[in-house]
Design a binder for this molecule. Sequence first.
Ligand code: SAH
Ligand code: DHB
Ligand code: MG
Length: 224
Amino acid sequence: MTESTRESWRVVDEYLAATLLDDDPTLTEAHADALAAGLPPIDVTPLTGKLLHLLARMTRARRVLEIGTLGGYSTIWLARGIPHDGSVVTLELEQLHAEVARANLERAGVSDKVEIFVGRAADSLPRIAERGDEPFDLVFIDADKESSALYVDWAIRLGHPGTVIVVDNVVRAGEIAVRDTDDPMVIGSRRALELLRSDPRVDATALQTVGSKGWDGFAVAIVV
Ligand code: SAH
Ligand code: DHB
Ligand code: MG
């Protein structure tokens, strides 16, 4: 794609965000502080954050699981979509990311409904399962793409019929459909999509997106 194509995607994202979204200094600062702390600029866009927020409301989610916290940008959107006595459990590998997220969640006034597990998600998930809490109503998978299939399996096990699962970054500028890739992230996303198709416990689709983060996409599934 040319630079001008990318630029038009960004301009349209800005138009849609300016037209549909409130100006939100807390969210803008959460993104900016994460950048300032050296975190990568890979949080969801404002429009995608709002979609996650709306999905939480549409599913009347009380319990949300997020895998991949980064600086807490998507976490804030999700936390704002659930009731006061609901909870978001979010999993993050990096101590620094979790610290930045804690500060951002505090400032957003949602820290009392968010619990951050620091460490490898593959280690945190069995601990969460052992607690035997209520199942999750909505799961956002957005961490190491190599493990997305494993996370889909956990999302199903920790969910219930009706639980909605969103898997981010399944298109990666079209790489997903390039047969001979050796990119482990793409191979991981492909395995996640194949599992969503073959596993009788879920039904799924996926959409391509263009916007300020370029060309990518996400899968959406429901536990049946
Ligand atoms: N959901 C965030 C972006 C997440 S970026 C948002 O939209 O705002 C992906 C995050 O996953 C990074 O912070 C990275 O450190 C984390 N991560 C990578 N591997 C992980 C693992 N094995 N377990 C848990 N988190 C991991
Ligand atoms: C990457 C990760 C993401 O979660 C994302 O939304 C975009 C890019 C990455 O690791 O390259
Ligand atoms: Mg992502």
